[in-house]
Design a protein around this ligand. Structure first.
Ligand SMILES: *Cc1c(COP(=O)(O)O)cnc(C)c1O
Length: 715
């Protein structure tokens, strides 16, 4: 009662200001819609940032606008839902994660992809970390997350008139973020420090609330730092190796020190990728200092509670640091645990590599009891890749398991789909990981499912047209060309999406390798096919940038003018439109280099069909009825032969299966066979490749055993 009265006393402005401080709002589209209705244009221009939008309004003016739109009730409902969300603990966690309670899991990652307005991610790894945190919040898993706050984030991508990538860095306005400074016991800004032989690095700590999970971000933009260290957290992936090792030292060591300073005593450490392996070293140092135990005992105790996830078989994805950098930066830490440079270098040496570099993945694997890859196939590949670390074990016995990645359903499923499922599937909720519940999709009216999909596709066609027109405007194109750009795509044509980082192993060019055949397929007058591409290449990845040019040059070729579109600045916002709007999600990595892949899982939730190489998650997901496969799950030792075979298989399947199934219509104009495949895809995949399932697996198979508790699912 008292609480209700207190709520009633708050203005709409105050309520909005309160719940937008928590990213909870970002996976509740009905809340985002409130701000969209307040001012649609500014909402779009401000990258869907409600804090920035609210700041543009005088509270009085905002109340007037709310009154004008009769939105008080909507805001009240949102506010109540928010208050209820953050003040309750879900049943799942009470039943399944009990022992973690007082000592949370500390999840460390160098990037988090949470929302387009918080630019501290570059691609899949960050988005996965963001989804992990959101599902931990949804399930109520006691978890705190730690990362770095990058003042200019990752770059924004433009395509110039030559069709090449241009990188633009913009400083983030902290006042516009749901970011609060953390204070120490005396109420002063909390500062942590990490010693190196070339000066101490200082960082302040900020808090971003993600539902029930706090995310702590370290930021070195402080006067007591050298100019160089002050810029340590300026951008994500922007520097040389020296900067990189200092970033990793800061995140791992400084991050753990920050938790301790706030009185948080983790029961489990989860190191998301080798970048954070220094966490375990700092935990060992602490245990030795506080408990007076030997290195061996401390290392054993820390390993028992450490979970390590490796994310890629691509060599360049693993950090290797030269001896001098290790000595310069890590010496105070390894000396504190009684090691010399030689013994420490040995701890990070990769026995299958004839180099004396220090490998962060090796460190992570050696200092953790629980290690995993991110799909079943990636588990196999990882055991092969790292087996030399366990010379007495066979490849099968190599202690690296797998937990397949998944995506956060409330973030990635379009609200239109949610509304349809809520109305037509009695047991369905977006939190559901019960296969039985998802199989209710077979009872959804096929016409309605199709209409919902087509509505989403039209949205994509509009957004794509608008974005492409904006790009042409920058080139001072004439009005006619701009108008044409807006109508470039057709909502009636089979639409295939290909969007992800332009890393070379993802082979964005594969599709167009045989231009003659590609031409014949996409320009079939009865059954045309259109492709939407998007993705950033790492600023230092020149071959990746060449791939972008190759795609944009295909787009400029008059032969393919209305069949291929490259959209600039792929981010989670554009990703949402793409995975929600396309008919088919294409992925053709060089097998087995795609550890998991997650964007295809986002597409599943919205009824798009996957069309992919049997690699990563698709290798365990495809059953012959729930999408399309490229190739037969093999690769030739000669990459050129593999490319040729995969290109042929891709175009064969496209021509003989995908296109005919899509264009086969019944008397009501419905592609019945296609819709049935959409249902197969949703029923068999949505729950399995959800982040709720993934986090539940981490709890049962890693966090609980690591915390010394007994898992409910393990014998
Ligand atoms: C999901 C996502 C990714 C990951 O894509 P993959 O297909 O797993 O490579 C990358 N970038 C953004 C913006 C995403 O949303």
């Amino acid at each position: 009662m008292a609480q209700d009265i207190a709520h009633a006393a708050k203005t709409s402005y105050e309520k909005c200001a309160e719940f937008t401080k928590n990213l909870w709002w970002s996976w509740h589209p009905e809340v985002g819609q409130i701000f969209q209705m307040i001012n649609p244009e500014r909402w779009r221009e401000l990258a869907h940032n409600p804090i920035a939008l609210l700041r543009e309004y005088d509270p009085q003016k905002f109340e007037e606008r709310v009154l004008e739109l009769a939105m008080h009730t909507r805001i009240d409902v949102a506010y109540r839902r928010y208050m209820q969300y953050v003040s309750t603990r879900p049943l799942w966690s009470r039943q399944n994660a009990g022992v973690l309670g007082s000592r949370p899991v500390a999840y460390f990652s160098l990037e988090f992809g949470l929302h387009e307005s918080v630019p501290i991610y570059s691609g899949g790894l960050g988005v996965l970390a963001g989804d992990h945190v959101k599902s931990a919040s949804g399930l109520g898993v006691p978890l705190v997350a730690v990362g770095l706050f990058y003042q200019t984030g990752y770059f924004k991508q433009q395509i110039n008139e030559e069709g090449a990538q241009v990188e633009i860095y913009q400083k983030t306005n902290v006042a516009d973020l749901p970011y609060e400074e953390c204070l120490d016991k005396d109420g002063k800004p909390l500062i942590v420090s990490v010693e190196t032989t070339t000066g101490t690095i200082y960082a302040k700590v900020g808090l971003v609330s993600v539902g029930r999970v706090p995310l702590y971000l370290l930021n070195t933009d402080l006067e007591q730092n050298s100019e160089e260290d002050r810029a340590l957290t300026d951008k994500l992936y922007g520097g040389d190796q020296r900067k990189r090792i200092r970033q990793e030292l800061l995140c791992g060591v400084g991050g753990l020190r920050a938790l301790k300073a706030m009185g948080i005593n983790p029961g489990v450490f989860h190191l998301n990728e080798g970048h954070n392996s220094f966490v375990a070293l700092e935990a060992i140092r602490e245990e030795m200092a506080h408990c007076g135990v030997s290195y061996e005992t401390a290392a054993q105790n820390v390993a028992q509670k450490t979970v390590f996830t490796t994310h890629t078989p691509v060599e360049a994805g693993h950090d290797y640091f030269p001896r001098e950098l290790v000595e310069e930066n890590v010496k105070p830490l390894y000396e504190a645990v009684g090691m010399t440079l030689d013994s420490f270098m040995a701890l990070g040496s990769n026995p299958s590599f004839a180099s004396d570099k220090f490998c962060m993945t090796v460190l992570g694997l050696k200092l953790s009891r629980y290690a995993n890859g991110v799909s079943a196939l990636h588990g196999v590949v990882s055991r092969r890749m790292w087996r030399a670390l366990w010379p007495n074990k066979t490849e099968e016995e190599t202690p690296i398991g797998h937990i397949t990645n998944g995506v956060h359903v409330p973030t990635w499923m379009a609200w239109q789909m949610k509304v349809l499922f809520e109305r037509t599937m009695p047991g369905w909720t977006e939190e559901s990981i019960d296969p039985q519940v998802w199989s209710e999709v077979y009872d959804v009216d096929s016409g309605e499912l199709w209409e919902t999909h087509v509505a989403l596709k039209k949205l994509l066609v509009d957004v794509a047209g608008r974005r492409y027109a904006r790009q042409l405007q920058r080139f001072n194109a004439d009005q006619e060309a701009i108008d044409r750009a807006k109508r470039l795509l057709s909502p009636d044509f089979l639409t295939i999406g290909f969007a992800r980082r332009f890393a070379t192993y993802k082979r964005a060019y594969l599709l167009v390798q045989d231009e003659e055949r590609f031409d014949k397929i996409v320009n079939n007058p009865e059954r045309p096919v259109q492709f939407v591409f998007a993705g950033k290449a790492h600023p230092k990845d020149d071959p990746g940038k060449e791939f972008i040019k190759r795609i944009t040059s295909i787009q400029r070729n008059p032969r393919f003018a209305n069949r291929v579109l490259f959209l600039e600045d792929y981010d989670v916002n554009l990703a949402r439109y793409l995975v929600q709007g396309v008919d088919v999600w294409l992925n053709n990595p060089l097998r087995p280099l795609e550890a998991s892949g997650t964007s295809g899982q986002k597409a599943v939730l919205n009824g798009a069909l996957n069309f992919s190489i049997l690699d990563g998650w698709w290798n365990e997901a495809y059953d012959g009825t729930n999408g399309f496969a490229i190739g037969d799950g093999t690769s030739h030792v000669d990459m050129n032969i593999t490319n040729e075979r995969d290109n042929k298989s891709l175009l064969d399947t496209l021509e003989n299966e995908v296109v005919p199934t899509f264009y086969e219509r019944n008397e009501h104009g419905l592609p019945i066979r296609w819709i049935h495949m959409m249902k197969n895809s949703i029923a068999t995949l949505a729950w399995r490749f959800s982040a709720h399932r993934m986090v539940a697996d981490y709890v049962n198979n890693a966090y609980l055993p690591a915390a010394g508790g007994v898992s409910s699912k393990m014998p």
